[in-house]
Design a protein around this ligand. Sequence first.
Ligand SMILES: [Zn+2]
Length: 101
Amino acid sequence: MIITNCIAKIVVRIAQWLIPNRGIQAATYYPFIFMWPPENAKVDWRVFHEKVHYEQWKRYWIIGYVFVSLYYYMKYGYWNHPFEIEARERTAEFIKYKPNV
Ligand SMILES: [Zn+2]
């Protein structure tokens, strides 16, 4: 479920504060995808990227995602986080086959 209201603004602002200078404009906390500004929800590749994270939450049975994701974040930071790498690579593939998004 994609959320683009004032709650999304708060969640994304907190994510930006926690992980500065990374241009974060969305955050996925299963089962919600928070996107701010709201126009981001109309950008297919941004939604696709967050849906990869949504899948990751399910793959690790939600609670496992929290621990694995935190472990990876401490070990690799944000940019080299394996979940981010997977999401970036799959988004790049998505854009390659749908270049007009
Ligand atoms: Zn991401």
